[in-house]
Design a protein around this ligand. Structure first.
Ligand code: ZN
Length: 281
């Protein structure tokens, strides 16, 4: 079938959907070449719609679109990957939703970012493959957060002191969320709002920032360190998002999540050095 000039094709992952009018749905999708886009699926909520099965959340699809004034119209969709294992597990679903929400929150419409597209697909595939490995999925989320922050220009400074630019060494360093990174022991004491960060946690964050997922996926991190790294990243994400977007719902939920996390169990032993601790059973 010949495609008319006002039609175009793209691959897309569905980040978000909302109902519109009687039978339509507005979809927020992420694409490799067009970044984030809002599209309309007309008549999709009718029981006779043939499109419905191909436009599930998190699906990787191939779309044929017709240009329109407000939202381009989905005229055809074919599923490329449906991530079925992921969909069978509630934890996996909420983790996929988290990944999609974070990408949505950090992306502007029509702002191409092919690296973020690759990151999104990699994470959905890994969630799907690691549906039975909760520790790996947690590690994946932390890696995703650091990688996404880097790709959208908010990478925290983890290697040199924000004050004196000296290389950071293991010791009593300080994290400063608003300043976007870490101060050395000398500068951190003077920086208002800085708070101590454990060497193990800093080491994990650095490792996440410079290691490709393929080399990281077998890594096991002790639970106290993993929870502490998660807490730092959640608070950093809230800080960045508040400054950048003033996004509402998502930040509230993120903040709640960082508050309801249980504190690291005290009885667990932290090794003096190294992040590659045996994982908790
Ligand atoms: Zn310094």
């Amino acid at each position: 079938m010949a495609e008319r000039s006002h039609s175009y094709r793209t691959r897309a992952v569905i980040l978000r959907r909302r109902n519109y009018r009687d039978a339509d749905r507005i979809l927020t999708v992420f694409t490799p070449r067009l970044g984030k886009r809002l599209l309309i699926a007309k008549g999709i909520r009718k029981t006779t719609s043939r499109k419905a099965g191909h436009l599930e959340l998190f699906s990787h699809t191939n779309l044929l679109l017709a240009k329109a004034r407000t939202w381009d119209i989905i005229t055809e969709s074919v599923t490329v990957e449906s991530f079925l294992q992921l969909r069978a597990d509630l934890d996996c679903i909420s983790q996929a939703a988290y990944i999609c929400e974070l990408i949505d929150a950090f992306s502007a419409e029509d702002d191409e970012n092919e690296t973020v597209w690759e990151l999104l697909l990699l994470c959905l595939r890994e969630l799907n493959e690691s549906a039975t490995n909760a520790a790996r999925r947690d590690l994946l989320l932390r890696w995703f957060e650091v990688q996404l922050l880097t790709q959208v220009g908010f990478q925290p400074e983890l290697f040199s002191c924000l004050g004196c630019a000296e290389e950071l060494r293991p010791g009593d360093n300080f994290l400063h969320l608003l300043a976007g990174g870490v101060f050395c022991p000398k500068c951190g004491g003077k920086a208002k709002g800085a708070q101590p960060i454990a060497s193990n946690v800093l080491k994990v964050l650095r490792h996440l920032s410079r290691t490709p997922w393929g080399s990281l996926r077998e890594l096991q991190i002790g639970l106290p360190t993993a929870l502490a790294a998660e807490n730092v990243l959640q608070r950093y994400l809230v800080t960045v998002l508040e400054r950048r977007l003033k996004s509402t719902d998502f930040i509230h939920r993120l903040r709640q999540a960082s508050q309801i996390r249980p504190p690291a169990p005290k009885q667990a032993q932290q090794p003096a050095n190294g992040i590659i601790e045996p994982s908790d059973p």
